[in-house]
Design a protein around this ligand. Sequence first.
Ligand code: PGA
Length: 251
Amino acid sequence: MRKPVIAGNWKLYKTSSEALELITSLKPMVENNKSVEIVVAPVFTVIGSVKHAVTGSPINLAAQDCFWEEEGAFTGEVSPKMLIDAGCSHVIIGHSERRQYFGETDTTVNRKIKAALGAGLTVLFCIGETLAERDGDQTLDVLKTQLCGGLSGLSADHLASIVIAYEPVWAIGTGKTATDEQAQDAHSFIRGVVGGLYGPTTADAMRILYGGSVKPDNIKGLMAQPDIDGALVGGASLKADSFAAIANYGG
Ligand code: PGA
């Protein structure tokens, strides 16, 4: 049985007082939800205070990125070990905004995934095609390349601490969600690729999240798909009531 994951990516939003307000409102709304793994990913600077605020609740903390070195002369970077120290259990790696605006490649994504796993973090590994790639019938090739690149050199044991997030770039922040069928098709393909690389047992256990304009009114349809195991939520995670409605989709 794959435990669903609902993760909120706060991106570059929320000062410390705003973050505390959000988490304080969210906490009681999800405290009885034992059926879903709930994760929020604030900016680095507020991870410590948000961690303090969620103590005793089922909410897990993620960072939105990390570097691959543990320490050293790497100005501006944050290492997986430091994320653990700050209270994170999860980290998002390879988000399309990192790929698009900050030069992230499959090679750097792979290095970061290895380092994060080595430190004991659970990785939310993002992949997804752009609109031009979808229109050019390249979706499956792109997904396969990103998957193989990101997972290169990892064993089946490592995959137990990876959650894949399929996020079609054209659906992120646009209000344009993939249809349930489009998402299911991509997820089933991804599971197939994981199966080809690591075998059916690993593929069956792999949790694959959908991301891209997930809202309270479309989560149920997405979660009804056999290969969709949760959601990575951007905009709708910035308000406690909408994120709680998504996390509590099961009623
Ligand atoms: P969105 O973002 O829900 O605002 O589309 C999703 C994401 O980027 O993870």
